[in-house]
Design a protein around this ligand. Structure first.
Ligand code: NAD
Length: 257
């Protein structure tokens, strides 16, 4: 029960395959009280039964493309939770056509959209969360090895993840004085709604299983457990870090494509 008595907000549950859902289940199992933020009304309806399973109440709509939506969401959160201990940012978006072929062909609007939703939103959320983290806390986001290697088809999302991991370091510096830690968890590939938009996912899963030191793909449970650790006081000395939860794939000599 490493999160006993902690209150947290989880952004990014879309369905039972979402990494955010595995994190929510692990956080709940470890005693946390949760609120969910979802992109729109359609997701609110789909996610409401999942929220109920972990006692998270009605999900709040938060479209991270809008500062107003983020501010309104945090106002509503402050009524449910005057003090927040952790935030999970498990949000990403790029146009499907930008997740195949050559990165060089990315349009200006495609690049901007991926950066806005997948990277800038972390800073925008952290800015509002800071106001409720009066006793310090932990913020985590989800990244992928495409932030640092040119992974085929990941393209514009890899560039957004590089900005996201850099944002983690700057936010850690900004918020460290208040005892707020900011970290990224770099997960190996798992089939979800978002990852299915990247062409060639099956090849990436097969390669992970073949060449990673653990010789297996990772599970949502692997991600949930590592996230619970980063969110908890067990990680009290860790900030600005990217923690790999990828069966060790990033140290394999075969990394790349
Ligand atoms: P997912 O599709 O279940 O989750 C993505 C979430 O982003 C969805 O809930 C979606 O509603 C939300 N979102 C998109 N646009 C939004 C907006 N404008 N406002 C609010 N929410 C918005 O997929 P996932 O794979 O669980 O992705 C979660 C995170 O994990 C992402 O950052 C993703 O890049 C990262 N990640 C995934 C993998 C993988 O292989 N699945 C690997 C490493 C990192």
């Amino acid at each position: 029960m490493i999160l006993q008595g902690k209150k947290g907000i989880i952004f990014g549950v879309a369905n039972r395959m979402s990494l955010a859902w595995f994190i929510a289940q692990a956080a709940r199992e470890h005693g946390a009280e949760l609120v969910f933020g979802v992109a729109n009304e359609r997701f609110r309806e789909k996610v409401a039964p999942l929220a109920a399973e972990v006692g998270a109440g009605t999900p709040l709509i938060c479209d991270v493309a809008s500062d107003e939506s983020i501010q309104t969401t945090f106002q509503m959160i402050s009524h449910r939770m005057p003090k927040v201990d952790f935030v999970v940012h498990a949000i990403a978006f790029a146009y499907r056509e930008d997740l195949q072929g050559r990165f060089i062909d990315t349009t200006r609007v495609g690049f901007h959209t991926a950066q806005d939703i997948s990277a800038y939103s972390l800073a925008a959320i952290a800015r509002e969360a800071e106001k409720l983290m009066s006793d310090g806390g932990s913020i985590i986001t989800l990244s992928y090895i495409g932030a640092e290697r040119a992974v085929s088809n990941y393209n514009v999302m890899g560039v957004a993840k590089a900005a996201l991991e850099s944002s983690v370091r700057y936010l850690a510096e900004d918020l460290g004085g208040q005892g707020i830690r900011v970290n990224a968890l770099s997960a190996g590939p798992i089939k979800t709604l978002s990852s299915s938009a990247v062409r060639g996912l099956k090849g990436k899963l097969d390669k992970q299983a073949a060449v990673s030191p653990l010789r297996r793909t990772i599970t949502g449970d692997d991600v949930g457990k590592a996230a619970a650790f980063l969110l908890s006081d067990l990680a009290s000395g860790i900030t600005g870090h990217t923690l790999y939860v990828d069966s060790g794939y990033h140290v394999s000599a075969s990394v790349g494509e």
